[in-house]
Write a protein that binds this ligand. Structure first.
Ligand code: FMN
Length: 198
């Protein structure tokens, strides 16, 4: 049935829908978001919307099959502007958008500044709305991973930092392809795409 639904969406040209939703005060998380969106586009047939919380509406969240949620780390947690989006715009959707896939990313001022805590707080928001959140065992370079979401200090500069953001978007699009569209060939364990530098 899942495979049939996926095939139907494929015929209609409506494959996986990814929303990259972010808040960014000074531009770093916005740059991460653009790379996450780029990574999602690696999976053929994926449609991507890249929106700040100021631009996005309820319809964008309802539209997507999967969401990557990004916020700067503020006081070790989510920026209030991101929290406000879910507090103010989304309550009427609570209980009506369950089952979408979700993941998180965050820019912090310095390594160890709490970005993984922010990812967990973002995931908690998503879980509250019934999203299925996931992590990644992948390494994008030696001693550089994104187990709980993509976390950087400042903006993405180095190749491994760009790849961490892109890998997150790629994985989200892969899981949407597998879980929503029944495209088993996109499964990360068998797709043949590189997950580790070794
Ligand atoms: C109010 C405020 C609180 C912050 N708290 C933290 C923090 O707890 N840990 C940290 O590493 N950086 C902290 N920062 C720095 C930002 O996380 C960092 O500059 C980030 O790259 C900003 O992302 P943006 O350019 O998307 O706004 C804080 C910045 C602000 C404005």
């Amino acid at each position: 049935m899942l495979v049939f639904a996926g095939a139907l969406r494929h015929l209609m040209g409506t494959m996986g829908k990814i929303l990259v939703l972010y808040f960014s005060k000074s531009g770093n998380t916005a740059k991460m978001a653009a790379e996450v969106a780029e990574g999602a586009r690696r999976i053929e047939g994926t449609e991507v919307r890249l929106r700040s919380v100021a631009e996005a509406g309820v319809e964008d969240v309802q539209w997507c099959d999967g969401i990557a949620l990004g916020s700067p780390t503020n006081m070790g947690t989510v920026a209030w502007e991101m929290k406000q989006f879910w507090d103010v715009k989304m309550p009427d959707s609570w209980g009506k958008i369950d089952g979408k896939l979700g993941c998180a990313f965050s820019s912090q001022g310095g390594w160890g500044g709490g970005a993984e805590l922010t990812c967990q707080a973002l995931q908690t928001i998503l879980m509250n709305f019934g999203f299925l959140v996931f992590g990644l065992p992948d390494y994008v370079a030696h001693q550089f991973t994104l187990h709980y979401g993509a976390t950087l200090a400042g903006e993405p500069r180095e190749e491994r930092e760009v790849e961490a953001c892109r890998r997150l978007g790629q994985r989200l699009a892969e899981w949407v392809a597998v879980c929503v569209d029944g495209r088993r060939d996109q499964h990360p364990l068998t797709s043949g795409r590189k997950r580790f530098p070794w």
